[in-house]
Design a protein around this ligand. Structure first.
Ligand SMILES: Nc1nc2c(c(=O)[nH]1)N[C@H]1C(S)=C(S)[C@@H](COP(=O)(O)OP(=O)(O)OC[C@H]3O[C@@H](n4cnc5c(=O)[nH]c(N)nc54)[C@H](O)[C@@H]3O)O[C@H]1N2
Ligand SMILES: Nc1nc2c(c(=O)[nH]1)N[C@H]1C(S)=C(S)[C@@H](COP(=O)(O)OP(=O)(O)OC[C@H]3O[C@@H](n4cnc5c(=O)[nH]c(N)nc54)[C@H](O)[C@@H]3O)O[C@H]1N2
Ligand code: SF4
Ligand SMILES: [Mo]
Length: 892
């Protein structure tokens, strides 16, 4: 019998509805929920592979204290005792919580309540500081509240969608698909992409502006000046609903002459973009980390909002600035006040009326009097000893914080560190004194809010393994032991949600945007059946927008004291970070199939096939100048640290810059944590770190020997000077490099994979080239094949990994494995493009050569791109390249 549960994807802020089915034998499968208004049944590659990440391999199953398994009581008693002792001795500001946009709203609410209302400090900050803080600050400056005015439909209804600092195709794939589908229906709809890189999102763009790093303020300031000059302003909206226009315009006009140099764009490109904006009424500007993660992040946000306010393009269908949130519950975290400078329910910590109101509502003994430490400052305070006890929940700062090595040192030296996670071994858990096992996706129960203010349920469909517990229950357990039992006596998440809803409506009277007072006192049964809904839902039950979708600010009504929006005068200035020693700009971000620090997506062979190794995108001209060949290893350094990654030479990368993904950790690679390079430079308003603009040097990584292996078991970390491994269908694959050859390759293999002596090695040595091959078979199964060479190993990776699952009874087959070459009967699929059906580039090329002329025809032939669709832009690129080649051949 199949049991189906409606829940929500735990990855990105699109917030797709998922139906999880558990079969009689316990096997889980997932599909998109056709009724969920975020995705209408669609899922991307990560969502589609959710079932592959649910195994218990590597899970943290029991509480641990100083590396020893203990019972929950012992662990929670210790945490409560240590926190209480630190407070008694050094005051409430001597402790800190560093939490996550991946906690559920209920978990987040309880953590925030404990810190701000009962401990009496605001030292709770979240990884959303690295993600959304500039948007929050920009919204608050312009709107008086952290409000996302629009809804997803606006992206489909707009005639111009501007995507700036967003790689939507890879990071919000279902929204990307919704725009692509809308554009197919209405070809007159235009898309502009603003990104220093020509990303896969370019596939739907009519115009790509390869802006210089941090050229955004100049670009949007220039747009404001242009709109004024061309009389494209909405004077009525400006007069009736906003203040500060003259100052903002004056600031914008001042910088006009510098726009080409600051943006790096030609005047034709700039003019064409400005004209498009001027002449299109329905414009949505979507922005994400290329905007937020910058020392000018808040100014970028306001420069964008200024243009929308000036044209009155906000709050009406198909219009508005649109902040795309990253994590599944970035928005929920903001609603509960999870940032150190906010209070619960979008109330302000600086406002004494708000503080007193929240304190009364909670019946709390105290309330935090001032903003707490923001993430970067928090870890500085950990480093210099001001923080005596730290609790990290649902985030991996040793990987994801700037100055990551400094953060690791700070955590290592902190007197008391608690980590709540679902995994036993992460780069952060290794420094914890206390490990608390949290229930993960599929086990936990609560709500999340997506980018368009839609609250959806995450529902459990699996039992929590071992002794894992919901985060809210863990926090409540500590609160109770600290003496606050009465205020934390929740039996279930429904009670927490009901309280959260009540607080949002408490003494609100339309004064605050976040109001779900309509759910005050919601029953357990109603909570269980809760359908996805968008806020606001005030208690009065008067529909705010009869018969339609609610958008904020179409008719003004901002949350400032005079209800008018504020234009913000922002200056554009050159941000030069490079210097002769560190001449290139490092830009960092995401790839299609991995989620952050890979603790979950790294478990899926399908998702790990897209990129199996940390890499740096380098422009061909830079590579040439630096003496870097394609697929060579490179060493990237900054004054803070270094990383070793594979070079991926591509014209998509702009000159004088490199892009390195943020995902690799010490669990998967020798030196791939890119945040080790990033200094703790932050936006002065939002405190968000500038993770996309770092000065680095790049040089070839010289090695004597290179290796590649496929193995049934995980290799031991530290086995080679350079290594990176990835999950594959029946085991692992590993790339490695050696400064010096080991004395015996066979002995090295045995040690790295802990192979029993009884297992015989097949070895091969080519005197001429120096190539070495070693393979171990156990019966007919391949246990390990290792290839070493003086240069990068030329063995088909995709073919080699398939060898792990095959039966090698014939000598011919074993020899083929040794030779590292497919036999005639085993075609080589090439690098995997479609992760859903494991279709490689060679197969796609063959299908194109065989007559497939479109992405749809390739799909019909190979199924590639027909499930989640996340690889469709890559298939289109292969098609275009192939057709170009055919045309050139025909012309010759
Ligand atoms: N596959 C996948 N999807 C994810 C995630 C994931 O880990 N993996 N994480 C989720 C999370 S938490 C987040 S926050 C989002 C992030 O989603 P995005 O913000 O779309 O992703 P990033 O790759 O961080 O950065 C976006 C782009 O900003 C560009 N950029 C860099 N500097 C500048 C600049 O100065 N100006 C402009 N205009 N652009 C610039 C980069 O080249 C990059 O292509 O993704 C979410 N979705
Ligand atoms: N250089 C660079 N750095 C970046 C970025 C960038 O673009 N460039 N992006 C930044 C951004 S936008 C973000 S959002 C961060 C993300 O960075 P992190 O938050 O550090 O990354 P995750 O891998 O998502 O970490 C989540 C952790 O929580 C655990 N976990 C999963 N589910 C649960 C649960 O239910 N309960 C608990 N307690 N734990 C759980 C996971 O195993 C994992 O260890 O990285 C930031 N860092
Ligand atoms: S777009 Fe993909 S990762 Fe994001 S919520 Fe939907 S399925 Fe999950
Ligand atoms: Mo994020």
């Amino acid at each position: 019998m199949m049991v189906e549960t409606k829940t929500t994807c735990p990855y990105c802020g699109v917030g797709c509805g998922v139906i999880a089915s558990v079969a009689g034998d316990g096997a889980v499968s997932v599909r998109g929920d056709p009724e969920h208004p975020a995705n209408f049944g669609r899922l991307c590659s990560k969502g589609s592979a959710l079932a592959e990440t649910l195994d218990l391999e590597g899970r943290l199953l029991y509480p641990e204290v100083f590396g020893k398994r203990v019972g929950w009581d012992e662990a929670l008693d210790l945490v409560a005792r240590k926190f209480s002792a630190a407070i008694a001795e050094h005051g409430p500001d001597s402790i800190a919580f560093y939490v996550s946009g991946q906690l559920l709203t209920e978990d987040y609410y309880v953590a925030n309540k404990l810190m701000k209302g009962f401990i009496g400090s605001a030292n709770i900050d979240t990884n959303s500081r690295l993600c959304m803080a500039s948007s929050v600050a920009g919204h608050r400056r312009a709107f008086g509240a952290d409000t996302v005015p629009g809804v997803y439909e606006d992206l489909e209804q707009a005639d111009l969608v501007i995507l700036t600092g967003s790689n939507l195709a890879w990071c919000h794939p279902v929204l990307y698909q919704r725009i692509a589908a809308a554009r197919e229906k209405r070809p007159e709809m235009k898309v502009v992409l603003i990104d220093p890189r020509r990303t896969m999102t370019c596939d739907i763009a009519d115009m790509h502006l390869g802006v210089r790093p941090d050229g955004d303020v100049a670009l949007f300031n220039g747009l404001l000046a242009y709109l004024a000059r061309t009389s494209a302003l909405d004077d009525d909206f400006i007069r009736d609903h906003a203040n500060g226009f003259a100052e903002a315009l004056a600031a914008a006009q001042m910088g006009e002459a510098d726009i080409p140099s600051l943006t790096g764009l030609s005047s034709e490109e700039i003019e064409a973009f400005y004209r498009l904006f001027e002449t299109t009424e329905k414009v949505v500007t979507c922005y994400s980390q290329g905007v937020n993660q910058s020392s000018s992040g808040t100014n970028k946000v306001n420069a964008i909002i200024n243009c929308h306010l000036a044209t009155g393009r906000i709050g009406r269908p198909g219009t508005g600035p649109f902040s795309l949130t990253g994590q599944p519950n970035a928005m929920g975290g903001r609603e509960v006040g999870g940032l150190a400078n906010m209070l619960a329910a979008h109330m302000e910590i600086e406002n004494p009326t708000h503080r007193e109101r929240v304190r009364r509502f909670w019946n709390a003994p105290v309330i935090a009097e001032k903003p707490g430490l923001k993430a970067v400052d928090m870890f500085r305070a950990v480093a210099d000893g001001r923080i005596k006890a730290l609790w990290i929940m649902g985030t991996n700062p040793v990987v994801s914080m700037p100055d990551a090595d400094g953060v690791a040192d700070a955590i290592r030296n902190c007197p008391f560190v608690v980590v709540s996670d679902i995994m036993r071994d992460t780069d952060t858990t290794r420094y914890a004194h206390v490990l608390l096992p949290a229930a993960g996706w599929g086990e936990k129960d609560g709500t999340v809010t997506n980018s368009e203010r839609r609250i959806s349920r995450q529902r459990p469909f699996l039992d929590s393994p071992g002794e894992a517990r919901a985060d809210w229950r863990i926090i409540g357990g500590v609160a109770t032991r600290m003496g606050f039992g009465k205020a934390f006596a929740y039996e279930n998440p429904a009670e927490i949600f009901a309280e959260h809803a009540a607080l949002s409506g408490f003494e609100n009277e339309g004064e605050r945007d976040f109001d779900i007072g309509g759910y005050t006192g919601i029953s357990g049964a109603d909570y269980n059946g809760l359908k996805p809904f968008q806020w606001p839902v005030p208690a009065q039950n008067t529909p705010l927008c009869p018969g339609g979708t609610f958008r904020f600010f179409g008719n003004g009504g901002f949350y400032t004291s005079d209800r008018k929006a504020r234009f913000i005068a922002v200056q554009s200035a050159a941000t030069e970070r490079t210097n002769p020693d560190f001449p290139l700009v490092l830009n960092t971000g995401r790839i299609r199939d991995q989620w952050h620090t890979m603790t979950r997506t790294g478990k899926s062979a399908r998702l790990s096939a897209h990129f199996a190794e940390p890499f740096a995108e380098i422009n061909p001209a830079d590579a040439k100048a630096l003496g870097i060949a394609d697929a060579a290893l490179v060493r990237i350094a900054s004054p803070y640290g270094e990383v070793h990654v594979r070079a991926l030479i591509t014209g998509r990368q702009s000159r004088s810059a490199v892009f390195v993904p943020m995902h690799w950790t010490d669990q998967f690679a020798s030196r791939g944590r890119v945040d080790a390079l990033v200094p703790s430079v932050t936006d002065s308003t939002s405190g968000q770190p500038a993770l996309k603009h770092v000065a680095v040097s790049v040089e070839p990584y010289r090695a004597q020997f290179y290796g590649f292996a496929v193995s049934a078991a995980r290799p031991a970390p530290g086995c080679a000077d350079y290594f990176a491994f990835a999950k594959v269908e029946h085991g692992f694959r590993m790339e490695c490099a050696f400064a010096e050859a080991p004395e015996s390759w066979e002995a090295w293999c045995r040690k790295t994979w802990q192979l029993p002596d009884a297992l015989c090695a097949l070895a091969y040595f080519d005197r001429e080239t120096g190539d070495r091959r070693v393979a171990f078979f156990e019966g007919v199964r391949l246990v390990l094949a290792f290839y070493a060479a003086r240069g990068p190993v030329a063995v088909s990776r995709s073919w080699a990994v398939t060898q792990l699952g095959l039966t090698h009874s014939e000598a011919r087959r074993r020899i083929a494995v040794m030779a590292g070459r497919p036999g005639m009967d085993q075609p080589n699929p090439g690098a995997i493009v479609c992760s859903c059906f494991s279709i490689g580039v060679n197969q796609i090329t063959a299908a194109i050569d065989g007559g497939c002329g479109s992405v749809e025809e390739v799909g019909a032939t190979l199924r590639a791109g027909t499930n989640c669709g996340s690889c469709r832009s890559e298939i289109r690129e292969i098609l275009d390249a192939r057709h170009r080649k055919h045309r050139i051949q025909a012309a010759e």
